[in-house]
Design a protein around this ligand. Structure first.
Ligand SMILES: [Zn+2]
Length: 336
């Protein structure tokens, strides 16, 4: 098979595979390259580049293209948006289901993001016959978290007042407050890992060391994609009791063209039958591949407890407390 070594599959390329045809323009796992930037290296008014990017459909005048830039609405720091997000979280309830968490994030971004590349959100939604919120449900988690950091920066800059409890036995309160000698933390040091040189929607080729024998087929090639936001919701769903690593197989395996049973399936082709037939080496190869193809920003800040010196990671609460992260986490909490 004459296959190019670099580049990525576009939706058009991979639509009409015949059985056994390997997708052209997929990228072999060992040729995947990353570039890492520091959030603080962007100018104060500049948004970070998206680690993967959005596919902008072809128009009469322009071909299909990828874009990795976005802009946030100018008025994003006003109470209007803060209230909108507060209402979304209120509607989702105190113990929101993963579906409601994902809906809160995507509905807020649909309001907060002005343009993807140079295309207004509304136009992009129309081009894709989608709603504005669905653009974000279908977006890569890596891009969603980067946009959230961008919104947070435009609202309140990169300084963050951490208020949490030390994970040590005494569970002491930690509250940044410069007036009391406890300086704020910063988001400037967060690293953002991006795919390098992407020209289409990424489809990554994993070659299994042994291969899966299935109904007379030998499956050696599995094609995987990074996680999308709605898939993260499915992973968080406790009603689905499969182990987390196996759930990732279901969500991230995009194509199995060598399988006569699963090769033509629209949607996710992986199933329990295939997992049951996979040998240990192949399972490990796939797990390693999945771990390798998750770009995106680091979503935690390192904290040193000022009581006991314990060092721990404070996860930025973008899934459950987005309003706190964007609108309330830049000022120290003042207690009487
Ligand atoms: Zn402590």
């Amino acid at each position: 098979m004459n296959k190019p070594n670099t580049g990525f599959a576009t939706k058009e390329d991979s639509k009409d595979l015949q059985l056994g045809d390997l997708p052209e323009n997929s990228i072999p796992l060992d040729q995947l390259r990353y570039v890492t930037t520091r959030f603080g290296d962007y100018e104060p008014n500049e948004m970070p580049q998206l680690p993967i990017g959005f596919l902008i459909p072809a128009t009469d005048t322009e071909p299909e293209r990828m874009t990795t830039s976005f802009t946030v609405r100018d008025s994003i720091d006003t109470g209007y948006y803060d209230k909108f997000l507060g209402q979304l979280e209120e509607q989702a309830g105190n113990n929101p289901s993963p579906t409601k968490i994902i809906a809160t994030v995507s509905n807020f971004l649909a309001k907060a993001i002005d343009k993807i590349g140079d295309v207004p959100l509304k136009t992009l939604a129309q081009q894709r016959s989608s709603s504005e919120a669905k653009l974000f449900e279908d977006a890569w988690v890596a891009d969603v978290t980067t946009m959230i950091l961008g919104v947070r920066k435009q609202v309140a800059g990169v300084e963050i007042a951490i208020a949490t409890k030390c994970p040590c036995e005494r569970r002491e309160d930690i509250r940044d407050n410069p007036e009391e000698g406890r300086p704020l933390h910063t988001l400037a040091d967060l690293e953002i890992k991006a795919f390098q040189g992407i020209t289409g929607s990424p489809l990554i080729e994993v070659v299994l060391p042994n291969g899966i024998k299935d109904s007379g087929d030998l499956i050696r090639h599995i094609y995987i994609e990074p996680l999308k936001l709605y898939q993260l919701g499915k992973l968080l769903d406790r009603k689905n009791s499969a182990p987390a690593d196996i759930k990732l197989f279901y969500e991230m395996i995009a194509k199995i063209p060598e399988s006569s049973t699963y090769g033509k399936i629209k949607g996710r082709p992986f199933c329990e039958d295939l997992y049951n037939q996979m040998g240990r080496k192949d399972r490990t190869a796939l797990q390693n591949a999945i771990a390798k193809i998750q770009p995106g920003p680091q979503m935690s800040v390192g904290v040193d407890c000022y009581h006991c010196g314990t060092n721990f990671d404070f996860p930025l609460p973008w899934l459950r407390e987005l309003r706190y992260l964007i609108y309330n986490s830049s000022e120290p909490i003042v207690t009487e």
